[in-house]
Design a protein around this ligand. Structure first.
Ligand code: CA
Length: 505
């Protein structure tokens, strides 16, 4: 009898608890999601894009040389995607993919200095449609009509506030254009600092606005020339105090050290700038409702694996892996999370839009990963694609390739078949290519199947470079990419705009 009574009592309590839970959830639902458009206030968006900052070269990622206290702090407050890759580790192709959310094989934007077709829907146009004010400061590299040419408002792809140049890495005397004027202006002093000051002013000027803003801040550094970094920062990296990773062979060491000094100096100067920018955001009370990203378009080899310093394009981690911090306290609070799930460039546009609750255009090919930030749960077993369609770099690693990155592995296929397999967890310097090891044949097969699936999704059948060059009607210069001019007096250069001719034509 006693037991039966106990069971009966437990049942009653169970029902009671369910009822209380129901009441509790209903009241939350009424007060939060079902309340009259408690739609989250649209966040401001600040996208900080460095040029050539490899994933490993920050304090928080464990680089023993560089000092990045501001980024280290930001990493603690952010979702730190430590397996982020550049969909094509080179300038224009990355930027085209960022702007469109599409793969280089879908837009034809797989070489530097191409002109992004007007028919491609860009992120700023979509942001304006979503009620945003838009701004772009720094390096653009999508206009393809001369690196020093004026880019008129109608070719700015939806960016309203504009202080930008197509491409200029002369950091202590770099140009920009603004407004409707084709007058070439120059940033005062070191452009990283001047562009930061301009972004700070933009934030102050727009803090009280009814409309949210989206600011893209596209720095030229720490891309070479490395020796032009501010002396004050260079002096903090004496050559005899720099430790090179074990994958830099003896033959590259002295050159790598020399370049690393300026590379780290540019990086620390940029870290300082990011600290200044974050301070302004905080002063204006905008921290909470700002979706902030810090990332880079691709990395830098700095002599690793014997590849010359300044090079990228190749599939190795120093070139393809990028830092990617995303902070949006209104959604995830003050603490961040380390995310092992990989992310590739086309995922960025839809993820930002998912977080801002904006409709994602149908043209976008990447995946919306906003739920990962909202719920703090990674997608299991994700694999992402990156590639090189027509490399113009020369050397052992400069081949056409298609690659898969997972939380653990990098697998790369060349036109000859399976080429590289690294266990990035046990071998982060990628010194042990496991692809030919018979023990790994199942793994190679599995990763190759995943690669084929990802390629099928974007209808890419991985052909030799020339086939794509012909398909998109492009004509290359002797250096292996699109011809360009650095001469602003030469007037606009005729652009090469990829236009698909269709296979076999
Ligand atoms: Ca670049």
């Amino acid at each position: 009898m006693k037991n039966r009574y106990r069971l009966f009592y437990a049942k009653i309590m169970q029902h009671f608890q369910r009822f209380v839970t129901f009441l509790f959830c209903t009241s939350i639902c009424l007060s939060v999601s079902c309340a009259p458009n408690t739609e989250e206030k649209k966040p401001n968006i600040i996208y900080i894009l460095a040029d050539q900052w490899r994933a490993s070269a920050t304090g928080y990622a464990g680089d023993p040389n560089v000092r990045t206290p501001n980024l280290d702090q930001l990493a603690k407050e952010s979702f730190n995607f430590r397996n982020a890759v550049s969909v094509m580790p080179i300038c224009t192709p990355y930027r085209a993919s960022l702007m469109t959310g599409r793969y280089p094989t879908s837009t034809g934007m797989f070489l530097n200095d191409l002109h992004l077709p007007a028919s491609e829907l860009c992120i700023a146009d979509a942001l304006v449609s979503g009620g945003y004010q838009t701004a772009y400061i720094g390096k653009w590299h999508l206009d393809g009509q001369g690196r020093h040419s004026f880019i008129p408002p109608e070719r700015r792809r939806g960016f309203q506030y504009w202080k930008a140049a197509e491409c200029d890495h002369n950091y202590n005397h770099s140009h920009y254009y603004t407004g409707d004027s084709d007058e070439q202006l120059y940033w005062e002093g070191y452009d990283t600092f001047a562009q930061t000051a301009d972004a700070q002013q933009y934030i102050r000027d727009h803090a009280g606005s009814d409309k949210p803003f989206a600011l893209f801040l596209s720095y030229g550094t720490p891309h070479f020339p490395h020796h032009t970094a501010p002396e004050e920062y260079k002096s903090r990296y004496p050559l005899d105090e720099i430790t090179l990773p074990a994958n830099v062979p003896e033959s590259r060491k002295s050159e790598a050290l020399q370049e690393a000094q300026g590379y780290y100096a540019h990086s620390e100067a940029l870290d300082k700038s990011i600290g200044d920018l974050l301070a302004t955001l905080n002063e204006m009370g905008l921290d909470e409702n700002t979706l902030l990203v810090f990332t880079s378009d691709h990395g830098e080899m700095l002599g690793a694996h014997g590849v010359r310093p300044k090079a990228k394009q190749v599939p190795l981690g120093e070139s393809a892996s990028v830092p990617f911090l995303l902070r949006y306290p209104a959604i995830h609070g003050e603490k961040g999370m380390v995310v092992d799930m990989p992310i590739t460039t086309p995922d960025i546009f839809p993820t930002l839009f998912g977080l801002a609750r904006l409709p994602i255009p149908e043209t976008v090919e990447g995946e919306d990963l906003s739920s990962v930030v909202r719920e703090g749960v990674e997608k299991e077993d994700r694999a992402v694609l990156y590639m090189q369609v027509a490399p113009w770099e020369r050397g052992e690693y400069s081949r056409e390739y298609r690659a898969v990155k997972t939380a653990r592995y990098t697998y790369v296929r060349s036109l000859d078949g399976p080429w590289l397999l690294f266990d990035d967890r046990t071998d982060p310097l990628q010194m042990n290519n496991l692809v030919s090891n018979p023990e790994n044949s199942d793994l190679v097969q599995e990763l190759d199947a995943r690669l084929q699936d990802l390629l099928a999704e974007i209808n890419d059948d991985f052909r030799p470079a020339q086939s794509y060059i012909d398909e998109w009607g492009l004509v290359l210069a002797p250096h292996g990419s699109i011809p360009y001019s650095n001469d602003s007096d030469a007037g606009p250069q005729p652009p090469q705009t990829p236009q698909r001719k269709g296979n076999g034509e």
